[in-house]
Design a protein around this ligand. Structure first.
Ligand code: ADP
Ligand code: 5GP
Length: 196
Protein backbone atom coordinates (compact mmCIF):
# COMPACT_ATOMS: atom_id res chain seq x y z
CA UNK A 1 0.00 0.00 0.00
CA UNK A 2 1.36 3.45 -0.88
CA UNK A 3 2.15 5.89 1.89
CA UNK A 4 -0.78 8.13 0.98
CA UNK A 5 -3.30 5.25 0.81
CA UNK A 6 -2.19 4.02 4.21
CA UNK A 7 -2.50 7.52 5.63
CA UNK A 8 -5.96 7.91 4.11
CA UNK A 9 -7.15 4.48 5.25
CA UNK A 10 -6.37 4.87 8.91
CA UNK A 11 -8.48 7.85 10.01
CA UNK A 12 -11.39 7.43 7.60
CA UNK A 13 -12.14 3.73 8.08
CA UNK A 14 -15.69 3.35 9.38
CA UNK A 15 -15.88 2.12 12.93
CA UNK A 16 -17.28 -1.40 13.12
CA UNK A 17 -20.61 -1.46 14.92
CA UNK A 18 -20.50 -3.40 18.15
CA UNK A 19 -23.36 -5.03 19.89
CA UNK A 20 -24.83 -4.68 23.35
CA UNK A 21 -26.40 -7.81 24.83
CA UNK A 22 -28.47 -7.54 28.00
CA UNK A 23 -28.83 -10.63 30.10
CA UNK A 24 -31.51 -10.55 32.82
CA UNK A 25 -33.33 -13.03 35.05
CA UNK A 26 -34.07 -13.56 38.74
CA UNK A 27 -31.16 -14.03 41.10
CA UNK A 28 -30.25 -17.74 41.31
CA UNK A 29 -31.71 -18.68 37.89
CA UNK A 30 -28.24 -19.54 36.59
CA UNK A 31 -27.20 -16.40 34.66
CA UNK A 32 -23.63 -16.53 35.97
CA UNK A 33 -23.34 -20.26 35.26
CA UNK A 34 -24.63 -19.85 31.69
CA UNK A 35 -22.43 -16.82 31.04
CA UNK A 36 -19.27 -18.52 32.30
CA UNK A 37 -19.82 -21.34 29.79
CA UNK A 38 -20.81 -18.96 26.99
CA UNK A 39 -17.73 -16.77 27.49
CA UNK A 40 -15.44 -19.81 27.63
CA UNK A 41 -16.79 -20.91 24.25
CA UNK A 42 -16.90 -17.43 22.68
CA UNK A 43 -13.91 -15.34 23.76
CA UNK A 44 -15.07 -12.58 21.40
CA UNK A 45 -17.79 -11.71 23.95
CA UNK A 46 -16.85 -9.21 26.66
CA UNK A 47 -18.62 -9.24 30.01
CA UNK A 48 -19.01 -5.80 31.59
CA UNK A 49 -17.84 -5.68 35.24
CA UNK A 50 -20.39 -3.82 37.36
CA UNK A 51 -19.92 -1.69 40.44
CA UNK A 52 -21.84 -2.71 43.57
CA UNK A 53 -22.20 -1.75 47.20
CA UNK A 54 -22.89 -5.36 48.23
CA UNK A 55 -20.23 -7.27 50.18
CA UNK A 56 -18.13 -9.77 48.21
CA UNK A 57 -19.22 -13.41 48.44
CA UNK A 58 -16.52 -15.95 49.29
CA UNK A 59 -14.21 -16.25 46.28
CA UNK A 60 -15.37 -13.06 44.55
CA UNK A 61 -12.49 -10.88 43.37
CA UNK A 62 -12.60 -7.07 43.21
CA UNK A 63 -12.36 -5.90 39.59
CA UNK A 64 -13.14 -9.35 38.25
CA UNK A 65 -16.61 -10.25 39.54
CA UNK A 66 -17.55 -6.70 40.57
CA UNK A 67 -15.95 -3.44 41.58
CA UNK A 68 -16.89 -3.47 45.27
CA UNK A 69 -17.43 0.12 46.40
CA UNK A 70 -18.88 1.93 49.41
CA UNK A 71 -22.24 3.66 49.14
CA UNK A 72 -20.65 7.15 49.09
CA UNK A 73 -18.29 6.00 46.33
CA UNK A 74 -21.27 4.64 44.37
CA UNK A 75 -23.20 7.88 44.86
CA UNK A 76 -20.20 9.80 43.56
CA UNK A 77 -20.11 7.60 40.44
CA UNK A 78 -23.80 8.37 39.86
CA UNK A 79 -23.25 12.11 40.39
CA UNK A 80 -20.30 12.07 37.96
CA UNK A 81 -22.45 10.24 35.37
CA UNK A 82 -19.94 7.41 35.30
CA UNK A 83 -22.69 4.79 35.17
CA UNK A 84 -24.57 3.79 32.03
CA UNK A 85 -27.44 2.52 34.16
CA UNK A 86 -27.89 1.66 37.80
CA UNK A 87 -30.50 0.28 40.19
CA UNK A 88 -31.05 -0.74 43.77
CA UNK A 89 -31.54 -4.48 44.26
CA UNK A 90 -32.23 -6.31 47.54
CA UNK A 91 -30.79 -3.43 49.59
CA UNK A 92 -27.66 -2.77 47.52
CA UNK A 93 -26.78 -0.60 44.52
CA UNK A 94 -25.52 -2.03 41.25
CA UNK A 95 -24.40 -0.14 38.13
CA UNK A 96 -22.61 -0.51 34.81
CA UNK A 97 -19.45 1.62 34.38
CA UNK A 98 -20.02 3.68 31.23
CA UNK A 99 -16.46 4.12 29.90
CA UNK A 100 -15.43 0.52 29.11
CA UNK A 101 -18.80 -0.40 27.56
CA UNK A 102 -18.90 2.65 25.27
CA UNK A 103 -15.29 2.11 24.19
CA UNK A 104 -15.83 -1.59 23.45
CA UNK A 105 -19.07 -1.08 21.49
CA UNK A 106 -17.43 1.74 19.50
CA UNK A 107 -14.52 -0.58 18.75
CA UNK A 108 -16.99 -3.05 17.22
CA UNK A 109 -16.97 -5.53 20.08
CA UNK A 110 -19.83 -7.50 21.59
CA UNK A 111 -20.47 -6.55 25.18
CA UNK A 112 -22.69 -8.45 27.61
CA UNK A 113 -24.40 -6.72 30.55
CA UNK A 114 -25.67 -9.08 33.25
CA UNK A 115 -28.14 -6.78 35.02
CA UNK A 116 -31.51 -6.80 36.79
CA UNK A 117 -34.87 -5.64 35.40
CA UNK A 118 -34.77 -1.90 36.19
CA UNK A 119 -31.35 -1.55 34.61
CA UNK A 120 -32.49 -3.53 31.55
CA UNK A 121 -35.40 -1.10 31.15
CA UNK A 122 -33.02 1.87 31.29
CA UNK A 123 -30.85 0.28 28.58
CA UNK A 124 -33.93 -0.22 26.37
CA UNK A 125 -34.60 3.54 26.59
CA UNK A 126 -31.16 4.75 25.54
CA UNK A 127 -29.97 1.77 23.46
CA UNK A 128 -33.07 0.22 21.86
CA UNK A 129 -31.00 -1.86 19.44
CA UNK A 130 -29.51 -3.91 22.29
CA UNK A 131 -30.52 -7.59 22.23
CA UNK A 132 -32.29 -8.30 25.50
CA UNK A 133 -32.47 -11.87 26.79
CA UNK A 134 -34.43 -13.05 29.83
CA UNK A 135 -33.56 -16.29 31.64
CA UNK A 136 -36.47 -18.05 33.38
CA UNK A 137 -36.35 -20.79 36.04
CA UNK A 138 -38.33 -24.00 35.44
CA UNK A 139 -40.38 -23.06 38.58
CA UNK A 140 -40.22 -20.77 41.61
CA UNK A 141 -39.54 -23.81 43.81
CA UNK A 142 -36.50 -24.74 41.72
CA UNK A 143 -35.31 -21.11 41.84
CA UNK A 144 -35.40 -21.20 45.65
CA UNK A 145 -33.52 -24.54 45.63
CA UNK A 146 -30.77 -23.01 43.47
CA UNK A 147 -30.37 -19.91 45.62
CA UNK A 148 -30.09 -22.10 48.71
CA UNK A 149 -27.81 -24.62 46.99
CA UNK A 150 -25.44 -21.81 46.08
CA UNK A 151 -25.21 -21.28 49.84
CA UNK A 152 -23.65 -17.82 49.59
CA UNK A 153 -26.44 -15.47 50.66
CA UNK A 154 -27.66 -14.81 54.21
CA UNK A 155 -31.30 -15.79 54.88
CA UNK A 156 -32.57 -12.18 54.72
CA UNK A 157 -30.90 -11.69 51.34
CA UNK A 158 -32.48 -14.93 50.06
CA UNK A 159 -36.01 -13.77 50.92
CA UNK A 160 -35.39 -10.34 49.35
CA UNK A 161 -34.22 -12.08 46.16
CA UNK A 162 -37.24 -14.40 46.10
CA UNK A 163 -39.65 -11.47 46.71
CA UNK A 164 -38.17 -9.69 43.72
CA UNK A 165 -38.17 -12.80 41.51
CA UNK A 166 -41.94 -12.89 40.97
CA UNK A 167 -42.03 -9.29 39.70
CA UNK A 168 -39.04 -9.89 37.46
CA UNK A 169 -40.51 -13.07 35.94
CA UNK A 170 -43.76 -11.19 35.21
CA UNK A 171 -41.72 -8.82 33.01
CA UNK A 172 -40.09 -11.56 30.91
CA UNK A 173 -42.29 -10.68 27.89
CA UNK A 174 -40.64 -7.25 27.65
CA UNK A 175 -37.50 -9.01 26.42
CA UNK A 176 -36.61 -10.05 22.85
CA UNK A 177 -35.78 -13.64 23.83
CA UNK A 178 -36.91 -15.83 26.75
CA UNK A 179 -34.95 -18.95 27.68
CA UNK A 180 -35.90 -21.45 30.40
CA UNK A 181 -32.78 -22.66 32.22
CA UNK A 182 -33.94 -26.18 33.07
CA UNK A 183 -31.34 -28.38 31.37
CA UNK A 184 -28.15 -26.31 31.32
CA UNK A 185 -26.84 -27.62 27.98
CA UNK A 186 -30.14 -26.99 26.27
CA UNK A 187 -30.35 -23.45 27.67
CA UNK A 188 -26.80 -22.80 26.47
CA UNK A 189 -27.69 -24.07 22.98
CA UNK A 190 -30.74 -21.76 22.89
CA UNK A 191 -28.59 -18.86 24.01
CA UNK A 192 -26.07 -19.52 21.25
CA UNK A 193 -28.89 -19.79 18.69
CA UNK A 194 -30.21 -16.38 19.80
CA UNK A 195 -26.78 -14.75 19.55
CA UNK A 196 -25.01 -16.23 16.55
P1 ADP B 1 -27.39 -16.22 39.02
O1 ADP B 1 -26.09 -15.78 38.42
O2 ADP B 1 -28.55 -16.11 38.07
O3 ADP B 1 -27.69 -15.58 40.35
P2 ADP B 1 -25.97 -18.77 39.45
O4 ADP B 1 -25.30 -18.94 38.11
O5 ADP B 1 -25.13 -18.32 40.60
O6 ADP B 1 -27.26 -17.81 39.30
O7 ADP B 1 -26.67 -20.17 39.77
C1 ADP B 1 -27.35 -20.41 41.00
C2 ADP B 1 -27.18 -21.89 41.37
O8 ADP B 1 -27.94 -22.69 40.45
C3 ADP B 1 -25.74 -22.38 41.30
O9 ADP B 1 -25.51 -23.26 42.41
C4 ADP B 1 -25.68 -23.12 39.97
O10 ADP B 1 -24.72 -24.17 40.00
C5 ADP B 1 -27.09 -23.71 39.87
N1 ADP B 1 -27.57 -23.90 38.47
C6 ADP B 1 -27.40 -23.06 37.41
N2 ADP B 1 -28.00 -23.56 36.30
C7 ADP B 1 -28.57 -24.75 36.67
C8 ADP B 1 -29.33 -25.76 35.95
N3 ADP B 1 -29.65 -25.65 34.65
N4 ADP B 1 -29.76 -26.83 36.65
C9 ADP B 1 -29.46 -26.95 37.98
N5 ADP B 1 -28.74 -26.05 38.70
C10 ADP B 1 -28.30 -24.95 38.06
P1 5GP C 1 -25.90 -10.56 42.85
O1 5GP C 1 -25.88 -9.83 44.16
O2 5GP C 1 -26.65 -11.87 42.95
O3 5GP C 1 -24.52 -10.68 42.23
O4 5GP C 1 -26.73 -9.65 41.83
C1 5GP C 1 -28.02 -9.24 42.15
C2 5GP C 1 -28.71 -8.71 40.91
O5 5GP C 1 -28.04 -7.52 40.47
C3 5GP C 1 -28.66 -9.68 39.73
O6 5GP C 1 -29.99 -9.73 39.17
C4 5GP C 1 -27.70 -9.05 38.77
O7 5GP C 1 -28.05 -9.33 37.42
C5 5GP C 1 -27.92 -7.57 39.07
N1 5GP C 1 -26.79 -6.72 38.64
C6 5GP C 1 -25.48 -7.00 38.64
N2 5GP C 1 -24.77 -5.97 38.14
C7 5GP C 1 -25.68 -5.02 37.80
C8 5GP C 1 -25.58 -3.72 37.20
O8 5GP C 1 -24.52 -3.21 36.85
N3 5GP C 1 -26.74 -3.03 37.02
C9 5GP C 1 -27.95 -3.55 37.37
N4 5GP C 1 -29.03 -2.79 37.12
N5 5GP C 1 -28.09 -4.76 37.92
C10 5GP C 1 -26.97 -5.49 38.13
Amino acid sequence: MSKSAAAAATPTQPTAVGRLIVFTGPSGVGKGTLLRQLLARHPELHLSVSATTRNPRPGEVNGQHYFFVSRPEFEQMVADQQLLEWAEFAGNCYGTPRGPVEAQVQAGQWVVLEIELEGARQVRNFFPEALRIFILPPSLGELENRIRQRGQDPEAAISRRLDRATAEIAAADEFDVQIVNDDLDQALAELEAALF
